[in-house]
Design a protein around this ligand. Structure first.
Ligand SMILES: [Zn+2]
Ligand SMILES: [Zn+2]
Length: 348
C-alpha cells in the first residue's frame, strides 16, 4: 500500500501541536448515499422560539422581523444578571462572576433555511450585523473577547433548525483565541511576518487544498486540519477583526462563505452539520496587529452518519488523530457544484 503522505504527523501552527494523519488505514472509500431523505420543516413554526412574532421561554416576544434579528439569549452562560456574591473556594482554587453578554442572531425569519440557502447579499447583511455586534459588545468594559459561533445540526446538539448563531461576549479570552494570539505574536517577533499570511502562502504554493478564492477572500482545508472536512474562510488581507473589512472585502467574504456552505450541503445532499466560529482578536486593549481574522468550520462527520469520535488521543491526550487526508477531502469539495442541491432538484 502507498502510505507516502498518508501516514505522517503535521504541525498545527495556530495551536502549536502535532496532528497525526493516519489515512493509510482508512477503510475502503465510502460509496453511494445512505442518508435517509429529510423531511423539510415548514418556513414558520408556531412553537419555535426564534420564528417572528413568537413568544420565547423568557416571556419576551420576538418582533415581526423581516431580515436578521438579534436579541439577548434567554439562557445566558454569561450575563449582567450573573451572581456577584460568590462563596470563596478552598486553597489555590479561584472563582469569579460570569460577567458578559450572550446573544442570539437569527439569520432569517424563515424557519427552514440554512446559511447555504441565503443569497450572497443576505450573507453580506449578516456579516454587517456581526461587525456591529463585535464593535458594540467588544467596547463594553467587562468584555475581553467576542465569540460568534453557529452550531448546526442535531449531531452538535442543536434541536432547533431555525438558522441562527450565538454570541458570547465574555470577561475572558477563549483558550483557542488566546493561543492563536500568542503564537501570531511570537511568529511576528521571530520572523517579522504575519503567521496567517505564511499559512496562506503555503496553501497557495501547494494549491491542492484551496476550495475557492476571489480577489480578496479564500476558502481552504488547512494542511493541518484536525477534522476531515475542516475549512477556513478568510479575507486575504490581515485584519484583527471583521470590523476592519471594507465593503468589497465583505462582499468577497460573503461569496466565499456561500460557496463553502453550499458545497458542504451538496457533499451528501443534506444540511451539513458543523460548528462554525469567527476567530477575532480579543477586545481587551492588547496589541493584536499580527492577528488575522478568519472563520473556521469544524464539521463532526467523516461520512454520512459517521461521527469523528473524540476518544483516547483527543480527550485523553489532547492531540487529534485524523483518519483522512486533507488533500483528499479538499478534492471532494472542489469537485462539487455551487448550485445548492435543493435548487438543482427543484429545477428538474
Ligand atoms: Zn423558527
Ligand atoms: Zn482560528
Amino acid at each position: 500500500m502507498q502510505t507516502h503522505g498518508r501516514w505522517e504527523q503535521r504541525w498545527h501552527p495556530l495551536r502549536s501541536e502535532w496532528v497525526v494523519i493516519a489515512a493509510h488505514r482508512q477503510d475502503r472509500p465510502w460509496h453511494g448515499a445512505t442518508v435517509t431523505s429529510q423531511v423539510s420543516p415548514p418556513d414558520y413554526l408556531e412553537n419555535c422560539f426564534f420564528c417572528p412574532g413568537n413568544l420565547r421561554v423568557s416571556g419576551a416576544r420576538n418582533e415581526n422581523y423581516q431580515g436578521i434579528y438579534a436579541f439577548d439569549n434567554d439562557h445566558p452562560c454569561v450575563g449582567v444578571t450573573a451572581p456577584h456574591e460568590l462563596a470563596p473556594p478552598s486553597g489555590i482554587y479561584r472563582n469569579r462572576p460570569a460577567d458578559g453578554v450572550a446573544r442570539v442572531v437569527c439569520y432569517s425569519p424563515k424557519h427552514n433555511l440554512t446559511l447555504a440557502e441565503l443569497d450572497v447579499s443576505e450573507i453580506e447583511a449578516l456579516l454587517k450585523v456581526w461587525q456591529a455586534q463585535y464593535s458594540e459588545l467588544g467596547a463594553r468594559p467587562e468584555v475581553r473577547h467576542v465569540l460568534v459561533f453557529e452550531n448546526k445540526g442535531e449531531v452538535v446538539g442543536v434541536s432547533n433548525p431555525h438558522p441562527h448563531c450565538q454570541i458570547y461576549a465574555t470577561n475572558f479570552v477563549f483558550k483557542t483565541i488566546e493561543n492563536e494570539a500568542t503564537l501570531s505574536r511570537q511568529h511576528f517577533d521571530d520572523t517579522g511576518r504575519i503567521l496567517f499570511q505564511d499559512i496562506l502562502k503555503a496553501e497557495h504554493d501547494d494549491g491542492r487544498r484551496i476550495i475557492f478564492e476571489n480577489s480578496s477572500a479564500i476558502a481552504f482545508i488547512p494542511y493541518f486540519a484536525r477534522y476531515a472536512y475542516e475549512s477556513y474562510v478568510a479575507p486575504k488581507a490581515t485584519h484583527s477583526g471583521l470590523a476592519g473589512l471594507d465593503s468589497n472585502e465583505l462582499h468577497d467574504l460573503a461569496e466565499a462563505l456561500k460557496v463553502m456552505a453550499v458545497r458542504y450541503d451538496n457533499l451528501w445532499s443534506m444540511p451539513f452539520p458543523y460548528v462554525m466560529a469567527l476567530h477575532h482578536a480579543p477586545t481587551d486593549g492588547g496589541d493584536y496587529n499580527g492577528f488575522h481574522f478568519h472563520i473556521e468550520f469544524h464539521p463532526p462527520l467523516r461520512k454520512p452518519n459517521l461521527l469523528k469520535y473524540l476518544a483516547g488521543p483527543e480527550i485523553g491526550g489532547g492531540n487529534f488523530l485524523s483518519d483522512t487526508l486533507p488533500e483528499d477531502k479538499a478534492q471532494e469539495l472542489r469537485d462539487l457544484s455551487d448550485i445548492h442541491y435543493k435548487i438543482a432538484r427543484s429545477a428538474l
